[in-house]
Design a protein. Sequence first.
Length: 618
Amino acid sequence: MTDNPLFEVDFEPVGRRVEVPPGADLLDAARQAGIGLASVCGGEGTCGRCRVVMMSGKVSEPVDADRRFLSQLEINAGHRLACRVRVHSDVKVHVPKASLVTDQRLQIGGLARALTVESAIKACVVEAEPPTLRDLRSDLERVTDAVESAYGLRHVTAEPAVIRQLSPTAREHKWSLTAFLHAREIVGFAAPTRRPVGFAVDLGTTKIAGFLVDLETGADLASGGLMNPQISYGEDVISRLVYAGRGPTAAAEIREVVIEGLNNLIASLCEQAGVDKLEVAEACIVGNTAMHHLLLGLPTRQLSVAPFVAASNAAVDVRARDLGLDIAPGAYVHVPPCVGGFVGADHVAMILACDLDKGDRVAVGVDIGTNTEIALCKPGLAYLTSASCASGPAFEGAHIKDGMRAASGAIEAVRITADGPQIKTIGDAPAVGICGSGIIDAVAALHGAGLLNHRGRLVPGGPGLRPGPKGLEYPLALAPQTGIDRDVVITQGDINEIQLAKGAIQTGLEILLESTGTPPEAVDELIVAGAFGSFLNLDSALDIGLLPRLPRAKYSQVGNAAGVGAKALLLSLKERTRAQKIARRTSYIELTTFPGFQRRFALSMWFPTGDRRVREDA
Ligand code: FES
């Protein structure tokens, strides 16, 4: 050990190896190896999601957290929580598929929207005179003179980083090139035939969706998504803010991982679209207030504790290179305004994409995620009203015994028939867990089959129910049919988690309707946005009371509306002005201070009985 102070950690079956100092924990080693190990609690030992199996080597003894989540049999077989394991020799570790957060089905698209393109970037075709002994103007002067005379501009400038690109590019293209102009500043150069490209991003707590668009025509060039790599620092925003609050090094670390993710996304989208990343002349990034602060490196401590105050809600244009984004050397990133609390620019983008600010109908937009944001508009109301519900990551499969995200092998749909459960998995792969839409389906099916009462208790003696280590459970798939050599089950504890999540959203919706004097039947349109919302079985959501029982024709599932809004904000200065107005005109209700919140929330956790809402018959 003295000869070699580092130990090798070999992660199988992915085959990644890293070297770590003695005593390092396995979760950190996995992060270092770039392995997306699930870690809902950010490594606090409280979520039980970072399970691994020790194959060889010496590590620390199991601790209480291991015993809380693992049976003695599992511990004897080498199962451990990665965040609780300290490495004391070279080790080999098996990472079960269900512990990985990669390979997720990422819904990134959304409703199409007509838009007049009016971007902040103007492409100027430059035909400059090459230098001669009689014309000794500098490269920059030569190009700015050409731009000014061709486009009737004055005082065109460029930063040194852009000038560094100019000299070789101009000579390569014989002084015929395209300059990308942002107001009167050149932010980049490209070959004469090239057009400016923009990068729009919906920076979600769990997922990142990115879009490359043509800044002149608005055409989509490429799109893609990835898991937010900050997940390994905690799945909810508070865990990440707390991590960032440990000090400047931690804040920089959590910022850098997301920048690295964005740079990887840019590189892959540019490859898909056949464009050079230096042709990406502007970006627009929307996210909730926490994502916004972590991205911009703003102070986060005041945002992580009540009353959850932002350091700034204002829209800002920052240099991409100051953030570490690898695009045109002088390019800016437009970050639209946030509303308040955790209601951020992604919510503004969703309102904009769904035209909720037009006030031409009574409409409610619900963007379901780890935090669920709801907005309500109605004719005659000067303000839009919004609220944010801490719905938690249960719909992402977190805090659910066999929960997982929507990846291959996740149970996504469930029916219960006289012959028992019928399931559908993503990719028709053997079941390895259950994702959000499957959990809601399972809860609705159990309730519909009379196996679950309206208070959310599994009914003892019900067909198919059996005792589990922590109360009753219902097997959805038995070991021989699963990909994990054990049954996939839904437990009483899982149902309680879903009750908390659905109760939070139902309460938020009810308070928003009531505080604006809007009876549910007056709602003309209820828009369900967000990746999870687009896979949600509406019938099941209505059956468990997650969403109000309105005629189905009033519902629309629009996918990633925040991403669509981000693209609109990238492509149109008018839409940016509109976003400013939306942020100013949106009043934000702090749900927890609403009279009777606790009682409402408690009642909202119950399930509807018959056609009536529980609250009405309670
Ligand atoms: S228990 Fe290990 S990350 Fe949560």
